[in-house]
Design a protein around this ligand. Structure first.
Ligand code: NI
Length: 184
């Protein structure tokens, strides 16, 4: 029997792990499935529509998304993606983005409006999806985390300057949780 999922501490901007390139995971096993359940629980508890493993201190290529979930209303439909690859993208859209690792920071970000993404599911099968609009934006945001990129990196110079002081304040107070890769 898998253990019940647990809430993981979220890393805040300023934490070095958010800037690392995460490693591929390959074929899923039970411990990875347990981790995916922890990541999913943490996303919902922090009111996120997506969360990437580096945000909980695990530098592996795992993301979970549920773009249409909202606290009151829709049922939960999380999709866990292992080793996702954005195969192609097209179009352009601008969306106000936020991030659990940058509390209180919101800004409009331009990204492609359409993507084709492939990923390994929790049973080990390779899947492919074509998505547009908000759903495509959420996956691109989470995918960026796997390469050490935060949404504020994608802002123009002026928008970034406006946020500079608040980002510096956040970085100063970044809390470093414990490393959850440790299993012993
Ligand atoms: Ni984020």
């Amino acid at each position: 029997m898998p253990r019940p999922p647990r809430l993981l501490p979220v890393r805040i901007i300023g934490d070095a792990i958010l800037r690392q390139k995460a490693s591929p995971v390959g074929a899923p096993d039970d411990s990875l499935r347990e981790f995916a359940a922890d990541l999913t629980l943490t996303m919902y508890e922090r009111d996120g529509v997506g969360l990437a493993a580096p945000q909980v201190g695990v530098s592996k290529r795992v993301i979970v998304v549920d773009p249409h979930w909202s606290k009151d209303g829709r049922s939960k439909q999380p999709v866990v993606m292992l080793d996702p690859v954005i195969e192609s993208s097209a179009g352009q859209t601008e969306t106000e983005e936020g991030c659990i690792s940058l509390p209180g920071i919101y800004a409009n970000v331009e990204r492609p409006n359409w993507i084709k993404v492939s990923y390994t599911d929790l049973e080990g099968g390779r899947q492919s999806l074509e998505l547009e609009g908000y759903h495509a934006v959420v996956i691109q945001h989470e995918y960026d985390h796997l390469d050490g990129i935060l949404f504020v990196d994608r802002l123009g110079t002026i928008a970034r300057l406006k946020l500079k002081r608040r980002l510096k304040d956040l970085e100063r107070t970044a809390c470093n949780g414990e490393n959850f890769l440790r299993t012993d």
